[in-house]
Ligand binder design. Structure first.
Ligand code: C5P
Length: 404
């Protein structure tokens, strides 16, 4: 990880004694490391130790008089490409989940736009407490990544989950996060989530797409150094670090947003579940149920939405842009995907068999098959959506190399 800028935020748990090892591992990997500590972290590890090992001054106080050459806390938050919180106490997790910024470390964590990698360490009962678990769930939803804690004998005498992950494991996870900037120079536009097609001011036609697959792809592309635009239907998911998100509601809005980004786009990935049909007209006022007699049918006229992927496929020269689509199928997966590949002029179709358990909408896993124009087919096992995103971008990199 040569020259990558990592900020290590240390909070006050006994596991802080392992942080010097973490700093050494990151330095060995070539990172530039700066440390910030809470007041209680200073009870467990001396700032001088971290200063000596990192070769950089260590910040402990939000208000300390700036020493010559020391950068302010916002500049430090902006400087980091990755922030590791190790160890992360229950107190820090609670502060971060609720957005408190009452000391240097919590302020840095709120100010930074870098991805957060958190290594919790605490007593097993503190870890299992519903408050802590709720905070962890909140943070995960916002895109914070966790490494550990592990199970084993704890410093407090208890046994169970709560040990901080080993420094080598944290450094390896950091390496995964920083990755090599293999997509630097690419502008990746990803569509994600489902669209909502209004019938009247209150009602919409929607679908069950969560956006998880598209968001995972956007996060992974940003991690690989691409400039990423995520055109997203309504979604509760957090915007991944380093990604510019454009929010849309309807298929027509998604199409406009995609076209507005297209001139610079070098890789287009359509992971959204765009409604195929929309109500032909949107009623100005709420349609009253009294307008129908009991049992009388309401007829709603639907019209086809534009096929954004097909439009982008038709508008993209092979040299200029790679176009990737998804195909959710319940039978004849590969044949159907191949037909879609040709019809929509894609360079790759990611096909998933929605009849298979654990694949498709809303879950955290997916089982996909890559279908390429040259006839190649690669069936992947059931993987997390993050792993599917990794494999997909590896594929895209290979296609890129072949083309160039
Ligand atoms: O034709 P079908 O809906 O099965 O194709 C799915 C692929 O096309 C997905 O990549 C989806 O994001 C994209 N799509 C689109 N615009 C539509 C419908 C689908 O971009 N209106």
């Amino acid at each position: 990880m040569p020259q990558r800028r990592v900020l290590v935020a240390v909070t006050g748990g006994i596991a802080a004694y392992k942080v010097p090892e973490l700093v050494r591992a990151l330095r060995r990997a070539g990172c530039t490391v700066r440390c910030a500590m809470t007041a209680s972290a200073g009870q467990f590890v001396a700032p001088l130790v971290l200063q000596t090992l990192s070769g950089e001054s260590v910040r402990t106080d939000l208000f300390e008089r700036e020493q010559e050459g020391q950068i302010d806390h916002i500049a430090l938050a902006d400087w980091a490409e990755l922030v590791i919180v190790a160890p992360a106490t229950a107190n820090l997790l609670a502060k971060l989940a609720s957005g408190l910024a009452d000391d240097l470390v919590s302020t840095l964590l709120l100010a930074t736009r870098a991805p957060l990698l958190v290594a919790p360490a605490m007593n097993v009962n503190m870890w299992n407490h519903p408050a802590t678990q709720a905070n962890v769930a909140t943070l995960r939803e916002r895109g914070v990544c966790f490494v550990g804690p592990e199970s084993g004998p704890l410093a407090c005498g208890w046994e169970g989950e709560g040990r901080m992950a080993e420094p080598a494991a944290i450094a390896a996870e950091a390496e995964r996060h920083l990755g090599a900037p293999t997509l630097a120079g690419e502008v990746v536009v990803v569509t994600a989530g489902g669209t909502r097609e209004p019938l009247d001011p209150v009602r919409v036609f929607a679908n069950r797409s969560s956006g998880k697959m598209g968001y995972a792809i956007a996060a992974e592309a940003a991690r690989r150094g691409a400039e990423v635009v995520l055109v997203s239907g309504p979604s509760a998911l957090a915007t991944p670090a380093g990604v510019r998100r454009v929010d849309v509601e309807t298929g027509l809005e998604m199409r406009d947003a995609v076209h507005a980004e297209l001139s610079k786009c070098t890789v287009f990935i359509a992971a959204a579940a765009v409604a195929d049909f929309r109500p032909a007209a949107r009623a100005e006022h709420k349609i009253k149920k009294e307008s129908l007699a009991d049992g009388e049918a309401l007829t709603i006229e639907l019209v086809r939405n534009p096929d954004i992927l097909a439009e982008v496929g038709a508008a993209s020269g092979r040299e200029r842009r790679l176009v990737v689509g998804f195909a959710a199928e319940s039978q004849d997966l590969v044949a159907a995907a191949r037909r879609k590949l040709e019809r929509k002029r894609c360079d790759l179709i990611v096909a998933n068999d929605i009849s298979r358990a654990g694949a498709g909408f809303d879950g955290d896993t997916n089982a996909v098959t890559f279908v390429c124009p040259e006839g190649e087919v690669e069936e992947l096992p059931l993987l997390s959506k993050r792993e599917v995103a990794e494999r997909l971008l590896e594929r895209i990199e290979t296609l890129r190399e072949k083309r160039s």
